[in-house]
Write a protein that binds this ligand. Structure first.
Ligand code: ADP
Length: 531
């Protein structure tokens, strides 16, 4: 027998916490409080409070694998929960505060959450669903008074974290956190991340060719900590010792830009709709910024990438899902791509990118893997150490292949350089006279028109063609464009049958809880459209 002589040390949250205690102890974490004041602390202080939180949870009866829910904005106490709940051996379950109270209650009950840690400013939301799921303990962050009769202030709760209470020994495959899918198709389903998957995801996303995070960075996670763990960025930042700025409840463009400027943010992360608002604000009131902006969750229009380049802001597109922790693809220019003409480079940056190290991604149709021609489309399939192999409710067989790939439901092609371009989600594809039309590609081009702020294209029932595309468009303030003009702008890029038959101009497109265009609602609204 010739065995490895390496130490067998589990990859657990302890490793991230150890960085907070040692190398990064003096690194700052800045949070915007509900009264708009900035609160400043350090990783060292957070590490100490994290341990108290873990011990207090154990003292209060939390056992390994129990679920502790959070209902909070992005701030330092939420970061303490990210670290402290798993340190107690328990599972952090981040509840999405933008969901309907009934849905929050359903998700909390499905996960059998025992305790809730909630922001005082969110107590009215909690009141709206508290009758539908019983939490044994409610711990409130903030200073609001009076508290509900059975609630405990977070600071008082931390006092219970006596150092004599021993922390459990954690194995790397133990559960660490739980998120629910958005439930666009059927009821929301739970996905459970392990200590190991979280550490590996953090390490890989920090790499220069991924999201490129280091101790020189200051991260502003606009993506909420209740949405796929803010893409894992809070963990990645502690691991590498990056400073963090947490925006609290203020996600409007001026508030975010103030923070970016004052705190010298070098990396910000959020969904495209956030950056659309930021672009508008910067167009109106230019500022001196120099940052990278990670964009994901929905396609970043090529025009947005071009516009930000002009403003000194580099947009980096990434793709992922709740089921994939989330980072799977990242669009960084390869050395070969950097030799291409500038227009080609922009086209690549607007694609979803190439697989992150340690994950395998393929695009398959009924004939097998699609050729690397940048045209033939198939479904994206993914496998790797931070990709889920089931849901808490069990395995839904049709979503995994026999060789263990997760079938994402995203439709894409792959080019000769290995870049994958999403053209649509299966559910959003438009079926017109037997041909499929991909809505995301249409939207990308409409949003390239200088008068357009936002656009979503949906399939609407049609008596002859079964469905035809209809574009819902928001123009920039004061800008004008007619349907004919937009159609003309699109014509060089598409076959005639792919062009929308109608353009509807609206003030706003409805958003999902994660800030994406809510096409289910649009389809409902326009289902009786008369052509
Ligand atoms: P939901 O969108 O259903 O709320 P998720 O947050 O898990 O749930 O989103 C995953 C989906 O978001 C992916 O399957 C994909 O359709 C879409 N998505 C994520 N990143 C991108 C991207 N960069 N470009 C286009 N679509 C994306």
């Amino acid at each position: 027998m010739f065995e490895s002589t390496m130490m067998d040390i589990p990859l657990t949250i302890e490793m991230i916490l150890d960085r907070a205690r040692s190398t990064a102890a003096d690194v700052e974490v800045v949070s915007r409080l509900p009264d708009r004041q900035l609160h400043k602390t350090t990783y060292g202080a957070i590490a100490e409070r994290t341990e108290r939180l873990a011990r207090a949870l154990i003292d209060a009866g939390i056992k390994p694998r129990d679920r502790v829910a959070t209902l909070m904005w992005n701030h330092s106490q939420h970061l303490e929960c990210y670290l402290g709940i798993p340190l107690a051996g328990a599972v952090i379950h981040t509840l999405n505060l933008r969901l309907h109270p009934d849905e929050i209650a359903y998700i909390a009950a499905d996960a059998q959450d025992r305790f809730l840690i909630v922001d005082d400013v969110l107590l009215p939301l909690f009141e709206a669903f508290r009758g539908k799921h019983h939490f044994e303990k409610v711990i409130v962050v903030g200073t609001a008074k009076p508290l509900p009769p059975d609630a405990i202030p977070y600071e008082d709760f931390l006092e219970r974290g006596n150092p004599q209470i021993t922390l459990p020994k954690i194995q790397e495959n133990d559960p660490l956190g739980c998120c629910y899918t958005s439930g666009t198709t059927g009821r929301p389903k739970g996905v459970v991340y392990s200590h190991r998957s979280t550490i590996l995801h953090s390490l890989v996303t920090a790499l220069p060719d991924c999201l490129d995070l280091s101790q020189d960075d200051c991260l502003l996670a606009v993506v909420p900590m209740f949405h796929v763990n803010a893409w894992g960025l809070p963990y990645t930042s502690v691991l590498v010792g990056a400073r963090q700025v947490l925006p609290g409840p203020f996600l409007d463009a001026p508030s975010l830009l103030d923070l970016m400027e004052a705190e010298k943010v070098t990396v910000a992360a959020g969904v495209p709709t956030i950056w659309l608002g930021i672009r508008e604000e910067l167009d109106a009131r230019p500022r001196n910024l120099n940052a990278r902006m990670v964009v994901g969750g929905a396609a970043a229009p090529e025009q947005l990438i071009r516009d930000f380049d002009r403003m000194g802001l580099q947009l980096i597109q990434a793709w992922g899902m709740t089921e994939t922790s989330p980072v799977g693809l990242v669009s960084r220019l390869s050395p070969a791509a950097r030799n291409l003409p500038l227009d080609e480079q922009y086209k690549l940056r607007a694609k979803q990118g190439r697989p992150a190290p340690l994950v395998q991604i393929r695009v398959c149709n009924e004939k097998g893997e699609v050729p690397a021609d940048g045209k033939t489309s198939g479904e994206v399939q993914i496998r790797g150490p931070w990709i889920t192999r089931g849901y808490t409710s069990g395995v839904v067989d049709q979503r995994w292949t026999a060789d263990g790939y997760f079938k994402t439901g995203d439709v894409a092609n792959r080019d000769a350089l290995g870049y994958i371009q999403l053209t649509d989600r299966t559910a959003d594809l438009i079926k017109s006279g037997g041909e499929w039309i991909a809505s995301q590609t249409l939207e990308n081009v409409i949003m390239g028109h200088p008068a357009v702020r936002e656009a979503a294209v949906i399939g609407v029932p049609h008596p002859k063609w079964s469905e035809r595309p209809l574009a819902v468009v928001v123009l920039k303030p004061g800008a004008k464009a007619s349907s004919d003009e937009l159609k003309e702008h699109m014509a060089p890029h598409f076959a005639k049958f792919q062009l929308p038959d109608a353009f509807v101009f609206v003030d706003a497109i409805p958003r999902t809880s994660a800030g994406k265009f809510k096409k289910t609602e649009l389809r409902q609204e326009y289902r009786n459209w008369s052509w």
